[in-house]
Design a binder for this molecule. Structure first.
Ligand code: 0X9
Ligand code: ZN
Length: 766
């Protein structure tokens, strides 16, 4: 998929932004410099462009479209070069001036978040916040920058004994020119302090957690960007020879010196002479070590709208269960952002952006076990890039705050209650249903014996039962046998050794999980052992190898040895089940391969669910975690995607996993519903294998209730209304219906019918 070749300024020899510091430096004048987007399809074009200038306006040097800032002379060369480009802006200095003007206007507004603020203004605001709520926050010193500026932070927590509370850390502006990354941590501090009294979610969080906010990790660089060179990135280390600056986000210890960092002091990604050679990284490292209560951290940057989790120094993912947690929390943060102002942030491993060794979250996670992210804020594209309009400070901060709240709430919970195979939403009528519950100790210890299930049937009182320990973090919960159509509301509760209650869902009993009891009909049950009417291939398929076939798979490092059906089952559908001479021989290459199911007639069903076991592996090869496996469904009209696995997830590294979905959530219940499984290799260098087995369609419904004899008008009681209906037709010789009083169905209303109704008269319907 995306090229992994491009790494931030790895090869750049001389970078114009790294200019010598003069005694009194005049601001860098960008008059007449243009911002251009240059199309660089191959390395040849990229080399030609880099020969003109190395000054790209992003830290993502890659193939494709790349923004550059070019002087008038460089622009002339670009025009002559035959390279394809578009001009994003004619005069970069105008951008900078406009930004300054907007900012000056914003400085006069009442709100603090209408303009970018200086180092001094930020520190003043920290003092104001402390003055406002000394009961909630205090200012602390992290240490000193290389030019002697103090790096300050704010400690925020609810009143009372804060020992034992989980720590959360948010910092910004390791990179000087990323001004929005100062404002977002300031907004986090501001909201937590200003809304503690009015927002119960903020209060609940601060009563359990201590929040540390460090808005300006690189104060020297920040001030230099504000006063002298708008595009300054690094700190202000004097490297000698008139060359300044170390990229702080390449100076951390995890994988220091590796890919995506430069040993050349002139480069934008200069890593420094040693891990933690810089005071700014030393003091933040020391702070993190001195605060072992910190469980989560976000390092804010701009721009690109990304949520990145470790690692970024190599193609390595965290081990389970951390990976699943990173994947879930990152997706939740993206959802929270989307829900605020509709902005799309992509969540992915850091290395998917590019390899960059020595970044802060890698060290936080790799060395301290802290769940740590890089968030690249607005905008999502090169223009306006670092010059995000001041009018976007507030919306950017608001959506970031939503993400922070979502992640923080989940991180400070004491016990993590999850359901390895899901929590039931449909259960068979008239029989107990067992399901698994996992209770993990996150920030507290579990009180043994406190694990309980609370169930309410049809809105009745909650009844508690103990969970049965299955070993490790696993427990079994059992929902009681319930008549068809009955609704079970339920939640799980456990206690910490400190006596705190943890419930799932967390707001229980105000909100609960819910399941409906019904009779289950197995409408399709395909073990793939024998041939049924599946078809291989669909319009647009272009894979050259790894085409679906049905066979007993041969093991590779990416493909199963066994199908999923218990013995004697051996077969499944698989993307070419042959092993070949190496892992890459029969994996999916060159594009897409599709497998389509027979048509199922679901038109008479009530509420069918499709379930299957699937295998997907794309985490091997030189470009791992780039591809996805899709499951689609159609009612005969359009195909809709019902599930996407990958690119990086706990279930995309091989292994059989169960999945089910409700047909009604995607398509209508037609007479020809079909499923399609699509495996795709969208780029070179990845190993893609997929398999499917044991597909079932189960329908959930309840039989029509038995009629209540004698309740002619169907109102639930057998009363005078029914009797008088019968009497008014008494003696009618033919053409009578049940509602007319023909109780025995012989067409007339006679004495037999009258005595039948009198037998039940006055009795309540069952
Ligand atoms: O390159 C960086 O440090 C970050 N991007 S920025 O444009 N703000 O400079 C991204 C860091 C993500 N981490 C890794 N890819 N390792
Ligand atoms: Zn950055």
């Amino acid at each position: 998929m995306t090229s992994r070749w491009g790494i931030c300024l790895l090869t750049a020899a001389a970078v114009l932004w790294c200019r010598p510091a003069a005694a009194q430096e005049a601001p860098v004048d960008y008059t007449g410099h243009k911002m251009v987007n240059v199309t660089l399809p191959t390395e040849a074009e990229l080399d030609r462009m880099l020969a003109i200038t190395e000054k790209f306006a992003t830290c993502r040097l890659h193939l494709g479209t790349v923004p550059f800032i070019v002087s008038p002379a460089e622009f002339a060369q670009l025009e002559a070069s035959g390279l394809e480009y578009t001009v994003l802006h004619d005069n970069v200095q105008e951008l900078i001036d406009a930004e300054r003007a907007e900012n000056e206007q914003g400085q006069r507004d009442d709100s603090w978040f209408t303009a970018y603020k200086s180092y001094v203004q930020v520190n003043t605001r920290l003092d104001e916040l402390v003055a406002l709520r000394p009961d909630l926050c205090s200012k602390f010193t992290v240490g000193s920058s290389i030019e002697g500026r103090t790096v300050y932070g704010l400690r925020i927590t609810g009143p009372g004994d804060s020992s034992g509370r989980a720590g959360l850390m948010f910092d910004g502006c390791q990179h000087a020119r990323e001004w929005i990354a100062v404002m977002v941590p300031m907004y986090i501090a501001d909201r937590m302090i200003e809304t503690y009294d009015t927002d119960s979610a903020v209060a609940a969080l601060l009563d359990e957690a201590v929040v540390y906010v460090v808005p300006i990790a690189n104060p020297d660089g920040y001030e230099y960007s504000r006063t002298t060179d708008r595009y300054w990135r690094k700190n202000r280390r004097n490297n000698g020879g008139g060359i300044y600056g170390v990229d702080l986000n390449r100076n951390w210890g995890q994988g220091w010196g590796g890919a995506g960092s430069s040993g050349n002091p002139s480069d934008e990604t200069y890593r420094g002479t040693a891990p933690f050679s810089e005071p700014e990284t030393q003091i933040l490292r020391n702070f993190a070590i001195a605060h072992p209560e910190i469980v989560a951290h976000i390092d804010f940057h701009s721009y690109s709208q990304l949520i990145l989790y470790p690692y970024g120094y190599d193609y390595i993912l965290p081990p389970e269960p951390d990976l699943s947690r990173f994947v879930d929390l990152s997706a939740d943060m993206a959802d929270a952002i989307l829900a605020t102002h509709g902005e799309v942030y992509i969540d992915q491993p850091s290395y998917d952006l590019y390899l960059a060794a020595g970044d802060m979250p890698d060290w936080m996670y790799g060395n301290q076990g802290i769940f740590a992210w890089t968030i690249e804020l607005r905008p999502d594209s090169a223009f306006p890039g670092f010059e995000l309009p001041a009018s976007e400070i507030l919306p950017t901060a608001e959506e970031s705050f939503a993400a922070v709240m979502s992640m923080s709430q989940q991180m400070v919970i004491k016990l993590l209650i999850t359901y390895p195979a899901g929590h039931p939403s449909q259960v068979p009528a008239e029989q107990p249903t067992a399901f698994q519950v996992s209770i993990q100790e996150v920030n507290a210890q579990l009180q043994a014996g406190s694990e309980k299930l609370f169930v309410s049937v049809d809105g009745g009182a909650f009844v508690e039962t103990a969970l049965t320990a299955l070993g490790g973090t696993l427990y079994q919960a059992t929902l009681p046998a319930t008549p068809c159509g009955g609704v079970l509301d339920y939640y799980v509760e456990a206690q910490t050794t400190q006596g705190a209650y943890v419930r799932s869902p967390s707001e229980a009993p105000a909100s609960t999980w819910s399941a409906t009891a019904s009779e289950i009909t197995l409408a399709a049950d395909d073990t793939m052992e024998t041939a049924t009417a599946w078809t291989v291939g669909a319009t647009g398929d272009n894979a050259t190898t790894g085409i679906w076939n049905r066979m007993d798979p041969q093991a590779t490092a990416a493909q199963p040895e066994d199908d999923h059906t218990p013995a004697p089952g051996v077969n499944c559908w698989v993307t070419d089940g042959r092993a070949g001479t190496s892992i890459g021989t029969y994996d999916v290459d060159g594009g897409r391969t599709s497998l389509t199911s027979p048509a199922y007639n679901l038109s008479a069903m009530t509420d069918p669910y499709v379930s299957y076991w699937r295998w997907f592996s794309n985490n091997q090869g030189s470009a791992p975690n780039e591809d996805v496996f899709r499951v689609q469904i159609t009612d005969g009209a359009t195909w809709v995607t019902a599930e996407t696995v990958g690119p990086a997830s706990a279930e995309s590294g091989g292994g059989w996993f169960y999945h089910e979905f409700r047909v009604r959530d995607f398509v209508a219940l037609s007479g020809s519903v079909q499923l399609r499984f699509i495996a795709e290799d969208a780029g070179g260098g990845s190993i893609v294998e997929a398999a499917v087995d044991d597909l079932q369609i189960r329908d959930f419904g309840c039989p029509e209730p038995e009629p209540c004899p004698g309740d002619l008008n169907g109102d639930g009681v057998r009363d005078l209304a029914d009797l008088s209906a019968l009497l008014s037709n008494y003696g009618s010789p033919a053409g009578m219906t049940y509602e007319d009083g023909d109780m025995d169905g012989d067409g007339d209303v006679d004495l037999a019918d009258l005595s039948a109704i009198l037998e039940v008269y006055g009795l309540a319907c069952p």
